[in-house]
Design a protein around this ligand. Structure first.
Ligand code: ADP
Ligand code: ZN
Length: 742
């Protein structure tokens, strides 16, 4: 067999080598290989069949650097599953599992020399030393009085080298080396927290989760995943914390996934605070760790020194030994889906990893994804509910404002702020309370909406909004290809005020400053966040009440907890509803529910104001009533009718190229081939321009495919792709279980 080896170093070279019979090489092994006249170290990405006829003799792997592969057997199984399921190369998966920092030897652990005074030094000897060698005596005295009778050699000063040598020769001290950990959080101070007394529902949740952990050492069949559905503020995090403690008590390790570290600082802090007594056992995998820090954290995890790992998407590959519990917080968040190869979904990979380990897994959310919800209905997952806020505060009052009426009042001007929201903001300012304003800005594709009656141009076949294409002045459905002309007036009410939707956070800030000149504002969006630590700084200012009104996109809807916030406004709840994405309604429901959870977290009662042009849409009405079940029921009916997930897998095949025709033609060729021998149960959509038709100077076309079963779909597409030679300047991307349809 051959091994495909990624050579260490910045140029990321990949070469194939023959595997000598005596070497037990598997994926993830570190090896030494010849390259030109030299040798180099590298990582085995894949084991391959040798090519049938080779023109030249393949060079051989010289040696194994470490007999243990960097990748654990379970993670190797996970890697193979991802490669198969998502149709990605095993190489790209191994690259994700073993971060570059870990593959490169330059980052190997830093060590330092330390001096330790030996035990039971004879006082008479010590007295002699004091008289004859004052310097040696001074050093020894320091060491004897240091913790563990040890100090780093560097701390004793450069001139101490000869004295240390003599002391060691006389047997008074020992010199040795120790690993130094580069601690990314060394400067942080944490106040420890104690477990809270659980309320009845929390206790019940905890009992079930911890009982499934207790089947030590390893359960014969993995426990089915738990879906913890708890309204915002119901105390899910406390259940996570105590379940994690239970796993640690059994000597196991814990993996906690959060949507994004920077946006969930409070969740991370609560884990650190609870487990602070465990001294360094919590590893937080930030995306901004230095290479050295990443290397150290990875090895601490691998050795079982860090027993709780918190991280975003890629932390699902953390090499924890003896894993007992995986927690996926906010499991519905789409940031768990990776949009580069391999295009895995971290929640789904986590579920799979839990089955392979085997270990307990808890998916938590106030607004679970319909995929997970469906799994509870079919009893693949086990549902646990928390229906009440843990702190006994009531859910905030949600008011829905019909912006069609505001529009009439404001004489056709773009209505950003309703009278109601404006008054509410003024009241908060007067009382010294804080407000958050959200702008729902999903996607770039704009839909047409009537400002008179709220009508949105929809596809007659698919229950998604039609997308406006400026280039040819048409409305197109991105699911089935249906096209229509752009109406000059509203087809419902004949109002000529039918127009494209949209305004940005900057515009909002500008308008607000005019209306409320005395208020202190801050804006959180991708533009404002370019500066390092900008987010941290703003959140800190907001916490210390130096800002009255925070304006942001859905970036800030997650995991923030500000007791003084009593008003949350959503300026344009609709905007997300009409993007060409069958999950649009689901996301709007989630956004409103999550955002509403930010209000009234403290002693003060909260109020939420939702501005919308479609006040009767189900996602808005059910969110207003905090009714997940009602929402899920009607949304599932729509999904079932139109065969969308969770009733089918939905994949997108995209072709892109600098040459528009070539991209389109390539995809049409693939379409023809996919159509031949199309396995039963797979439906193949038409070739369509992507909503984002041009991006980075590349023209994009796509096909949507749906299937009951995932494997036949991936296999069929991979099969055709392997048999097709693509033009050099065309890139084809296959995205299984796609979340991004733009
Ligand atoms: P969630 O994660 O479901 O949004 P949190 O865990 O953040 O909810 O809990 C909301 C608030 O309730 C927090 O301030 C938390 O400290 C508090 N809390 C949670 N559980 C309890 C409990 N059993 N007793 C008292 N307060 C609790
Ligand atoms: Zn359609």
């Amino acid at each position: 067999m051959n091994a495909r080896v990624l050579i260490d170093g910045p140029s990321e070279l990949v070469f194939d080598y023959a595997i000598p019979a005596e070497l037990p090489v598997v994926e993830g092994c570190r090896v030494r290989v010849p390259i030109r006249q030299k040798t180099s170290s590298g990582t085995v990405l894949a084991i391959l069949e040798p090519p049938k006829q080779s023109e030249f003799a393949m060079r051989e792997i010289q040696s194994l650097i470490d007999p243990e592969p960097l990748i654990t057997p379970t993670l190797l199984k996970v890697a193979r599953w991802i490669a198969n399921y998502y149709g990605s190369s095993i190489e790209s998966v191994i690259r994700s599992i073993l971060p570059e920092a870990v593959r490169t030897e330059d980052n190997s652990a830093k060590t330092r020399r330390i001096a330790t005074a030996t035990e039971n030094i004879d006082p008479a000897e010590l007295a002699k030393l004091e008289k004859r060698a004052a310097k040696q005596y001074a050093i020894l005295f320091l060491l004897i009085n240091a913790p563990d009778r040890t100090l780093p050699v560097a701390d004793l000063g450069e001139s101490s080298a000869p004295s240390l040598k003599s002391l060691a020769a006389k047997g008074f001290i020992k010199i040795s080396t120790e690993d130094v950990r580069r601690d990314p959080e060394a400067t942080e101070t944490i106040v420890p927290s104690e477990p809270l007394v659980l309320n009845n529902q929390q206790q019940e949740a905890f009992n079930q989760i911890s009982a499934s952990l207790g089947t030590s050492p390893t359960p014969p069949t993995p426990p089915s995943p738990y879906l913890l559905l708890g309204v915002t503020g119901s105390g899910k995090t406390e259940v996570y914390l105590q379940s994690a403690q239970a796993a640690l008590d059994l000597g196991k390790t814990v993996l906690v996934l959060v949507p994004e570290i920077a946006l969930t600082p409070q969740t991370v802090r609560r884990f650190k605070a609870r487990f602070s007594q465990l001294d360094d056992q919590v590893a937080v995998l930030h995306s901004n760790l230095s290479q050295g820090e990443r290397f150290d954290e990875w090895h601490r995890i691998r050795k079982g020194q860090a027993r709780i790992v918190i991280g975003a998407r890629s932390a699902v590959f953390a090499p924890l030994p003896n894993l007992g519990l995986i927690i996926v917080d906010e499991e519905h968040e789409t940031s768990y889906k990776q949009e580069n190869p391999p295009r895995y979904h971290a929640r789904d990979v986590a579920v799979l990893r839990a089955a392979f380990e085997p270990c307990t897994i808890v998916l938590g959310s106030a607004t679970p994804s319909l995929e997970s919800w469906q799994n509870t209905l079919t009893e693949k997952y086990h549902l646990i509910r928390l229906d009440q806020r843990a702190d006994a505060h009531s859910m905030p009052l949600v008011r829905v404002i019909d912006m069609r009426l505001e529009k009439q009042k404001q004489k056709g001007q773009v209505a950003i702020l309703s009278d109601r929201l404006r008054t509410a903001l003024e009241q908060r300012l007067a009382k010294g309370e804080q407000s958050i304003l959200f702008l729902n800005r999903r996607g770039f594709a704009r839909s047409l909406q009537c400002h008179g009656c709220g009508y949105v141009c929809q596809c007659p076949h698919c229950a998604v909004a039609l997308t406006y294409h400026r280039t040819d002045e048409r409305l197109v459905c991105h699911v089935c290809g249906h096209q229509s002309i752009v109406p000059r007036k509203c087809p419902e009410c004949s109002n000529p005020g039918i127009a494209l939707q949209g305004y940005g956070t900057q515009k909002v800030e500008e308008v607000l400053q005019k209306i409320l000149p005395e208020a202190r504002f801050a804006r959180i969006d991708a533009d404002a966040m370019r500066r390092k630590n900008a987010l941290k700084d703003i959140l800190k200012k907001f916490k210390t009440k130096k800002i009255d009104i925070l304006i942001g996109t859905q970036m800030i809807a997650k995991g923030l907890h500000f007791p003084n916030v009593t008003l949350v406004g959503i300026l344009n709840a609709d905007l997300g509803l009409h993007v060409p994405d069958f999950r649009a309604g689901e996301r709007t429901f989630q956004l409103i529910t999550q955002v509403a959870g930010r209000a009234g977290r403290g002693e003060l009662e909260g109020e939420v104001i939702v501005q919308t042009f479609t006040p009767h849409s189900p996602s808005i009405q059910f969110a207003r009533k905090h009714d997940f079940d009602g929402y899920a029921e009607q949304e599932m009916e729509m999904r079932r009718q139109f065969r969308f997930p969770p009733f089918a897998h939905c994949a997108v095949l995209t072709a892109r190229s600098g040459h528009e025709r070539r991209a389109e033609f390539t995809l049409q060729t693939l379409h023809l081939r996919l159509k031949e021998n199309l396995p039963a149960g797979i439906s193949l959509g038409e070739v369509l321009p992507s909503p984002l038709i041009k991006s980075h100077d590349q023209f994009r076309f796509q096909i949507t495919l749906r299937s009951h079963q995932a494997r036949p779909l991936t296999n069929h597409v991979q099969n055709i792709l392997q048999k097709t030679t693509l033009p050099e300047d065309v890139t084809v991307v296959f995205d299984m279980d796609a979340y991004n349809f733009s």
